[in-house]
Design a protein around this ligand. Structure first.
Ligand code: COD
Ligand code: ZN
Length: 366
């Protein structure tokens, strides 16, 4: 079928909104009519070439929609199901999946921006077009492995469901599944965009006593107070490490999070952590950047430095938890999504992200 999609043909170029060919779903795959797709910085990293991806590619990894067709043998979803899309559709058979870390599925990693069988369902101009995260939801329709869709038992607004597909699970998950924040502890979050605000909400859910939001934009910091931040630090005009230490009685924070993606902010997250502090890095720095961690401090102060990918979550069991938390009023996703766009406005949406407009933007489809 012909579908409208935003294609990245070349690094550094705007997305090209055009018709592409989408094949029927193969065995174990479903066709989803996309309802909403979130504007996340991770797509931007690929557009800028900060991280490698096979091109041409349809980006978009934060989405939700409705299953409209199932391929042969599909048992995990049915036509008509409203679904959240997962950008790690786990195979369930590899060592990572079997050990319970489906967010790190080996087969998904090995097949990258292709389907699990290594081929693509998208084509244009006689070329195969790749699928970011096997989701590729900057398009009206997407073919997705059945393990990459998480059916909703109750309908929720599509833009909120889309957020659960990335920023919520990545951010809240980093706080509660990766870092396992203990009640009463102190937390600092560097980078308070769509994902960082969810780390803040996760810290609030975990009953942190102090949640220090760190950003370089005042508007983001004011906005962060709505999601549970108790203090703010503007790193544009203050040394964030000094400020976080001052706010925590000189100790540093028990849990720190890097949620922007750079070597410098990773080092700052490390340096502002307390003795025995847990440093959780969510952002991926541009290829080649290093963080310069002090090796003596690591040992003498028994710090823990860890990465967190997709919130260390298991999409098929943890995304429904995020839905429940939203429905019970414990996750404020209604205030998180502040701008809606059409697919034709996607380049504008990314310019708004670069300008640091507050909150999350979402593409809405008819
Ligand atoms: N100090 C503090 N804050 C900063 C600094 C700085 N030096 N520089 C920028 N910021 C702030 C910005 O003002 C902005 O508020 C925030 O950092 C970033 O927010 P967004 O909305 O632009 O970005 P998100 O939240 O959409 O994405 C953040 C990620 C860390 C997820 C992303 O950048 C990333 O590294 N992605 C790769 C990791 C990955 O693939 N994860 C899974 C899919 S998301
Ligand atoms: Zn994302």
């Amino acid at each position: 079928m012909k579908v409208k999609a935003a294609v990245l043909w070349e690094v550094g170029q705007p997305l090209d909104i055009r018709e592409v060919d989408l094949d029927e779903p193969k065995a174990g795959e479903v066709l989803v009519k996309v309802g909403s797709a979130g504007i996340c910085r991770s797509d931007r990293h690929f557009m800028h070439g900060d991280a490698p991806i096979a091109i041409p590619v349809v980006l978009g990894h934060e989405g939700a929609g409705t299953v409209v067709q199932t391929g042969p043998g599909v048992t995990l979803a049915s036509e008509g199901d409203q679904v959240i899309l997962s950008f790690v559709p786990a195979c369930g058979r590899c060592r990572s999946c079997l050990e319970g870390y489906s967010n790190l599925c080996d087969l998904h990693g090995a097949t990258g921006a292709n389907m699990l069988d290594g081929t693509t369902r998208l084509h244009a101009e006689g070329k195969d077009v790749h699928h970011m995260g096997k989701v590729a939801c900057f398009a009206e329709y997407a073919v997705i492995p059945e393990t990459g869709v998480v059916p909703l038992s109750d309908s929720i607004p599509m833009d909120k469901a889309a957020m659960i597909g990335c920023s919520v699970t990545t951010g809240v998950g980093a706080a509660i599944y990766s870092a396992e924040i203990k009640p009463g502890s102190t937390v600092a979050v560097i980078g308070c965009g769509g994902v960082g605000l969810n780390v803040i909400m996760g810290a609030a859910l975990a009953n942190a006593s102090q949640i220090i939001a760190v950003d370089i934009r005042e508007a983001q910091l004011e906005f962060a107070m709505r999601f549970g931040a108790t203090h703010t630090v503007n790193a544009a005009d203050q040394d964030p490490v000094r400020q976080v230490k001052d706010l925590t009685g000189g100790r540093g924070a028990d849990y720190t999070f890097e949620v922007f993606g750079s070597g410098d902010t990773t080092k700052a997250a490390y340096d502002m952590a307390a003795k025995r502090g847990i440093v959780t890095v969510v952002g991926i720095a541009p290829w080649g950047q290093e963080a310069g961690i002090n090796a003596v401090d690591l040992v003498r102060n028994e710090k823990t430095l860890r990465g967190s990918y997709y919130g260390s979550a298991r999409s098929r069991t943890d995304m429904p938890v995020m839905v429940d938390l939203y429905q019970s009023g414990k996750l404020n996703l209604d205030d998180l999504v502040v701008r809606h766009y059409t697919l034709d406005q996607i380049n504008e949406a990314y310019d708004d992200l670069d300008r640091g407009e507050i909150g999350r933007g979402a593409i809405m489809f008819d």
